[in-house]
Design a binder for this molecule. Structure first.
Ligand SMILES: Nc1ncnc2c1ncn2[C@@H]1O[C@H](COP(=O)(O)OP(=O)(O)OP(=O)(O)O)[C@@H](O)[C@H]1O
Ligand SMILES: [Mg+2]
Length: 392
């Protein structure tokens, strides 16, 4: 894949992750149980996986299979993974295929790899199982295989997706448990639903229980610098200082699209660039948060009271949401008697809507730190205006 000039490449991060996946140290061995990488919406997860991690893994001789479970919602997760696996195997056995041309790992020659089964028979239910297919590939080609599943949480939302995960777990165990295996099978799942991803790695009933759940590293100051330089190439553009742009980028939740939008708006502003940029960033951040805050409103007064309590606590999460003191506070806020089961019910619904996550049993956190910050700012603002208004 030629490197795209429209993408800020994160080579160091990709190399670090590829190294950890393919050559883990003794302390990193649990990557072989699976890795679940989570990050909020629109922060560049998919771009990183496709543009940087995938090439870095191939560079180190691994076969990469990439599937985005949101790419075609009309197909089941299992069907999408089956297709991607079959397609990769097909390319590996076809001399002259694009994959073979760029591939340089293991004992794969230009003539390709031949398999003792029909590729169409690879399936989660019957035929050639993933365990058989991956074990054969790794045995023959002497390579590591990395299956990247973007929006992996989609698989826990149906029985059929659950079967897929079981089939992948069986493949992992069949390959990685072999003492003299010439390569490993690595599953890397990503998504923005932190709670579901954490569950996948920690809940006993989950096939990938024991896997590593970790956070996607958001884009940093170097990305902002790259973006400013690109824009500065145009004639007569107005730009904020790097420090100011970086500040704004953080306020907007490290989202590349918001940064670009803010820079576009800056061009038509009449105030000094730095001053205007801070205001534009704050306004865009608030507008983006509005969408999320409206989603919270849908859970009614009690939902808002519960969310407020979580948002007011530490970013890592809040417990005691069912204590007598908490119930009394909800009752005051909603002017009605609140029971434990109502709170339980709403918490579950809000986890389902990805507004909050459950990092540990009984502990709840706001899923998106950026929404938490906006909620807090609004709460403080409402408090100030209420206390300044003599009529309230
Ligand atoms: N490294 C980068 N360089 C330039 N633009 C980027 C980079 N990473 C992300 N973007 C831009 O940011 C936007 C969001 O990126 P992307 O779709 O990769 O994020 P995501 O976290 O996967 O989002 P979603 O939550 O929708 O899956 C896209 O418009 C993308 O082009
Ligand atoms: Mg994505």
């Amino acid at each position: 894949m030629p490197a795209s000039p429209d993408v800020f490449h994160r080579t160091a991060y990709a190399n670090e992750m590829a190294g950890q996946l393919l050559n883990p140290t003794a302390l990193q061995m649990n990557v072989r149980s699976g890795v679940f990488l989570s990050g909020i919406r629109r922060v560049g997860k998919t771009t990183f996986l496709r543009q940087d991690l995938w090439p870095a893994l191939e560079e180190r001789g691994a076969v990469v299979i990439y599937v985005d479970l949101w790419a075609d919602r009309s197909k089941s997760p299992a069907a999408q993974v089956e297709e991607a696996v079959r397609d990769t195997f097909r390319q590996l056995q076809s001399p002259g295929s694009e994959l073979l041309r760029r591939f340089k790992g293991g004992s794969v020659s230009a003539a390709g790899v031949s398999f003792g089964f029909q590729l169409d028979s690879i399936s989660t239910g019957g035929g050639t199982t993933f365990a058989q297919a991956f074990a054969a590939l790794i045995e023959k080609a002497k390579v590591d295989v990395v299956l990247i599943i973007d929006e992996v949480q989609q698989a826990v939302l149906s029985d059929e997706g659950f079967n897929l995960l079981h089939a992948l777990k069986a493949a992992r165990d069949a390959v990685n448990a072999k003492p003299d295996t010439p390569g490993h099978f690595l599953l890397l799942g990503t998504g923005s639903h932190k709670s579901l991803l954490t569950d996948m790695a920690t809940r006993r009933a989950q096939p990938f229980s024991g896997a590593l759940a970790t956070a996607y590293q958001v884009l940093g100051r170097d990305f902002v610098e790259w973006q400013l330089k690109r824009i500065a190439a145009g004639a007569g553009v107005v730009l904020p200082d790097l420090d100011v742009a970086w500040e704004g980028f953080q306020v907007m939740g490290h989202r590349p699209e918001e940064l670009l939008k803010a820079l576009v708006q800056l061009q038509t502003s009449r105030s000094p660039a730095n001053q205007a940029f801070i205001i534009i960033s704050a306004t865009l951040a608030a507008a983006a948060a509005d969408v999320e805050l409206r989603a919270i409103e849908e859970f009614g007064e009690l939902g808002e009271a519960i969310f407020s309590r979580i948002a007011a606590g530490p970013e890592s999460g809040v417990s005691g949401l069912f204590s007598a003191e908490a119930l009394a506070a909800y009752s005051r806020a909603t002017a009605s008697t609140v029971e434990t089961n109502q709170v339980q019910n709403l918490l579950e619904k809000m986890v389902g809507a990805n507004l909050i996550s459950r990092p540990r049993h009984g502990t709840y956190a706001v899923a998106d730190p950026f929404v938490r910050k906006v909620w807090q700012d609004r709460a403080n603002f409402a408090f100030i205006t209420a206390s300044e208004n003599p009529l309230t």
